[in-house]
Design a protein around this ligand. Structure first.
Ligand SMILES: *Cc1c(COP(=O)(O)O)cnc(C)c1O
Length: 387
């Protein structure tokens, strides 16, 4: 079969199953109010900007000042000439915030996962992952060449049964907060299992940092896990931090090792230094906590009103900014998303393969920047479109 045939068949199959993915162009965005390409104004409940920092004036001012100081691009990889004092200061501030010896910046969370996992394990080693882990962790496992098993979601008992004895080093990787469900991983149980088997636990806390824990330190802090219990802590900067990039935090040797071995760190251009300056401003808001208090008030309000407005079983059990509403059927999830859009709300319909078959859902995400009336109006619209 030619490439042309292959491409056409794949696209036709996806169309027929309501699985064709398409982008929606946004022409203006103040963080919560979006203007779509067709002129429609909608309130967004679909971004990962949980603290409203992506449009925060302090972060924007630091970004502008950073451009005045450093220019728009970093010009090279970190190991060449791209590592600025701004990047370095951000790494030190992240390490200080998390109470870990060192932190290392990556250009994206996807690359942080690929680079870290493929640096730590290889052929002859073992990787265990939660079945619902983010795609970047699954891809990292494939790239590493290690033997790779997925345990039942949030099930430390299933992990224990699979761990047994094995050759080589063993890494256990989990999302701290699961990106499509919003639940928190059972980190203390996973850490105990890891320690009992001489394995290392790696936590991808893309949706936990900024949202959970003292000073927004994330799911490890929420569960009281230190560096010994979870030696590898990865967090992203494009979500609650409102900028872009990612970090891995751990002890000094781990970070020095990654600088030698993590290819997606070594062979890519450093983030713009100005972005590091913007992210330093984000970090001070993350640590401060006022925005997190607002976010959690919004989460509580949404859950209380949703439980009253929608059938039981729809609102999934999540204490975080990710509040999925279970639909089941792909076409119905899409139709509900469209109906909400007509009502002025952007909520993403999530379908397989991002989530297991038969569990299509609307993924509502909340932000500190949402107002109470915006949340109340979303609930009223949900109640209307659901019936
Ligand atoms: C978003 C996300 C990533 C990828 O981070 P990017 O910086 O967007 O590349 C990795 N892991 C999880 C759990 C995520 O949600």
């Amino acid at each position: 079969m030619s490439f042309g045939d292959r491409i056409q068949r794949e696209l036709a199959e996806r169309r027929a199953n309501d699985l064709l993915r398409a982008r929606r162009t946004v022409v203006a965005n103040d963080g919560v109010q979006l203007t779509l390409a067709d002129g429609r104004q909608v309130v967004g409940f679909a971004s990962n900007d949980y603290l409203g920092l992506a449009n925060h004036p302090d972060v924007a001012a630091a970004f502008r000042l950073g451009i005045a100081t450093w220019g728009s691009g970093s010009g090279a990889a970190h190991l060449v000439s791209g590592h600025s004092a701004a990047h370095h200061a951000l790494e030190e501030e992240v390490a200080d915030w998390l109470g870990r010896e060192r932190a290392l910046l990556f250009s994206t969370g996807y690359m942080a996962n690929l680079g870290t996992i493929a640096a730590l394990i290889g052929r002859g080693d073992r990787l265990f992952q939660d079945r619902l882990n983010h795609a970047s962790l699954l891809d990292a496992g494939l790239l590493s060449g290690a033997r790779h098993q997925r345990y039942a979601h949030a099930d430390a008992g299933d992990l224990e049964r699979r761990l047994g004895d094995g050759e080589g080093e063993t890494l256990i990787a989990t999302d701290g907060v699961f990106s499509m469900d919003g639940d928190i991983a059972p980190l203390p149980d996973l850490a105990r299992a890891a320690q009992a088997h001489g394995a290392w636990l790696m936590v991808d806390d893309a949706h936990g940092v900024g949202v959970l824990g003292e000073q927004g330190r994330g799911s490890c802090d929420h569960h009281g896990l230190n560096t010994q219990a979870a030696p590898v802590l990865m967090g992203t900067l494009g979500k609650a931090f409102g900028t872009a990039g990612a970090f891995v935090a751990g002890d000094a040797d781990l970070i020095d090792y990654l600088i030698q071995r993590a290819r997606p760190y070594i062979y890519t251009t450093a983030l713009p230094a100005a972005l590091a300056e913007a992210t330093r401003a984000s970090l001070s808001h993350v640590r401060d906590g006022a925005l997190r208090t607002r976010l959690h008030a919004n989460i509580a309000r949404f859950r209380r009103l949703c439980a009253q407005a929608l059938p039981t079983g729809v609102l999934m059990d999540s204490p975080t900014a990710i509040q999925p509403l279970l639909v089941g059927d792909n076409a119905r999830a899409l139709a509900l998303g469209e109906a909400l859009l007509d009502a002025g709300f952007l909520v993403t319909a999530i379908r397989p393969p991002t989530v297991p078959a038969g569990t299509a859902r609307l993924r509502v995400t909340l932000s500190a920047a949402h107002t109470e009336p915006q949340i109340d109006q979303l609930i009223a619209a949900l109640e209307r479109v659901w019936s």
